[in-house]
Design a protein around this ligand. Structure first.
Ligand SMILES: [Ca+2]
Ligand SMILES: [Zn+2]
Length: 273
């Protein structure tokens, strides 16, 4: 009896071996290593989340607050902050696989204050004058990293001239937060940030976004001395191209806003244009 099952069993196994890789989404290897032949992820910044969640706050910091220790604000005391949400969808054809950040010292640094690892190059936050932003968009090289060549020079010049009012990097844990493509399965795969001593499992599935809400620590830029006027807030993900992507030219999003400083009892406002 068993003998007659053998050919069927063989067919079954060989078809599983042959076809499973095709039905399973291709992805990067651990620590975002490129697997030759596999489609790459493609990160973008969600423009609506950035636009909808702009908020100006006044907040008090002590010298031991992680925001001060980590350099999210310039020092202790009261600061005016522009808060916003950064959400980064993966619109590519391959998952971004990172796995346990403890195994990826090339990508992550330990934060003693937060007791977890930060991927420092995940998102750059910038506030620009109108002139400054228009000049940046006209002259930057979108497929090149921001830490070398023309882009690095433009950013340094803009910071010196005051057209780039503030620019800094935000540490991230990269996980599936929200599904944005209804065509992909509604099951999270990468959910665990990990800590400095326990393993995590980070990554970003195709059709999902990693979202950092405006209420979170360090989810802002300091705008203490900003005067009334029109500005741009820009978020660029993977600006230094530390993670492999199919396309680097779509990694930046900006929202134009009118800034109205606090007057009398009316709090300061950032009104998206
Ligand atoms: Ca991209
Ligand atoms: Zn942290």
């Amino acid at each position: 009896m068993l003998g007659s099952w053998k050919p069927i069993l063989f067919l079954l196994i060989s078809s599983v071996v042959l076809f499973f890789p095709l039905s399973c989404p291709a992805q990067t290897g651990q620590c975002a290593a490129v697997i030759v032949g596999n489609p790459l992820p493609d990160l973008i910044v969600n423009p609506l989340r950035l636009k909808n969640d702009l908020l100006v706050t006044q907040e008090q910091f002590s010298a031991t607050d992680c925001a001060v220790v980590e350099g999210c604000v310039s020092g202790k005391g009261k600061h005016q902050l522009l808060r916003f949400t950064s959400a980064t969808p993966n619109v590519g054809k391959g998952d971004l696989v990172i796995g346990d950040p403890l195994q990826c010292p090339n990508l992550f640094t330990q934060s003693q204050c937060h007791n977890h690892l930060h991927f420092k190059q995940y998102a750059d936050y910038r506030v620009w004058t109108e002139t400054g932003y228009n000049n940046w968009v006209a002259n930057r090289v979108p497929d090149q990293p921001t830490n070398t060549g023309t882009n690095a020079t433009l950013l340094a010049q803009a910071l010196q001239s005051g057209d780039l009012i503030v620019g800094r990097k935000q540490g991230f844990c990269i996980i599936d937060t929200d599904r944005i493509d209804p065509a992909v399965p509604d099951t999270k795969k990468y959910t665990l940030c990990g800590t400095n001593t326990t393993s995590g499992n980070q990554g970003l599935q195709v059709g999902w976004e990693d979202s950092y809400g405006q209420q979170l620590d360090c989810q802002y830029v300091e705008i203490d001395k900003l005067s009334a006027g029109t500005y741009f807030v820009e978020v660029q993900t993977n600006a230094e191209q530390a993670l492999p992507e199919a396309d680097y030219t779509n990694n930046s999003t900006a929202v134009k806003f009118q800034f109205i400083p606090k007057h009398g009892n009316t709090p300061a406002q950032a009104i998206p244009q």
